[in-house]
Design a protein around this ligand. Structure first.
Ligand code: HEC
Length: 145
């Protein structure tokens, strides 16, 4: 009994200091989580995967919040679209967007993905999914009243 208690105590001390060591030493009382599982749990949600090899697509899609379009616009597209750099249609400007909106959201999305003139492919957001770009365009165009 005494031995078990001292094992428990020393294990919980190690647990506080260095979780990965604790799993090696106290297998029978530690949780079955692997270090990898813990790292997965504590990593930021929807982390940007620049290399293209990391987070599975499903995870990224799940992390798209209602404000994803607004966030993406502000961090990437506003550089040109806020003031109309290079002839970019300005943010929610009726006159700028009207002729382009005739092609519909899908038509604009296609051009945004391919790029056009001074508009770089995907507006420089190479890691953006089609869905994220679509939400961003929806946020940029004049809003229905
Ligand atoms: C480097 C400047 C720049 C950035 C950054 C940029 N754009 Fe553009 N964008 C342009 C310009 C310039 C045009 C006008 C292209 C033309 O019609 O010749 C344009 C046009 C567009 C259009 C209209 C396409 C159409 O139907 O004619 C959409 C939609 C668009 N951009 C979306 C985006 C999104 C979404 C982002 C961010 C992910 C973004 N852009 C980032 C410069 C930029």
């Amino acid at each position: 009994m005494r031995k078990i208690i001292s094992t428990l105590v020393s294990c919980s001390i190690i647990l506080v200091g260095a979780p990965s060591l604790a799993f090696a030493g106290c297998g029978q009382i530690s949780s079955p989580m692997t270090t990898e599982a813990i790292l997965n749990r504590i990593k930021p949600v929807g982390g940007v995967d620049v290399e293209g090899g990391g987070a599975p697509k499903a995870v990224v899609a799940e992390a798209l919040s209602a404000s994803a379009g607004e966030d993406r616009y502000k961090s990437t597209c506003s550089v040109c679209h806020e003031t109309g750099v290079g002839g970019a249609p300005k943010f929610r400007n009726e006159a700028d967007w009207k002729p382009r909106m005739e092609a519909g959201l899908d038509g604009m999305l296609k051009i945004a993905i391919q790029g056009k003139g001074a508009m770089p492919p995907k507006g420089t957001c190479m890691q953006c999914s089609d869905e994220e770009l679509r939400m961003t365009i929806q946020y940029m165009i004049p809003q229905k009243k």
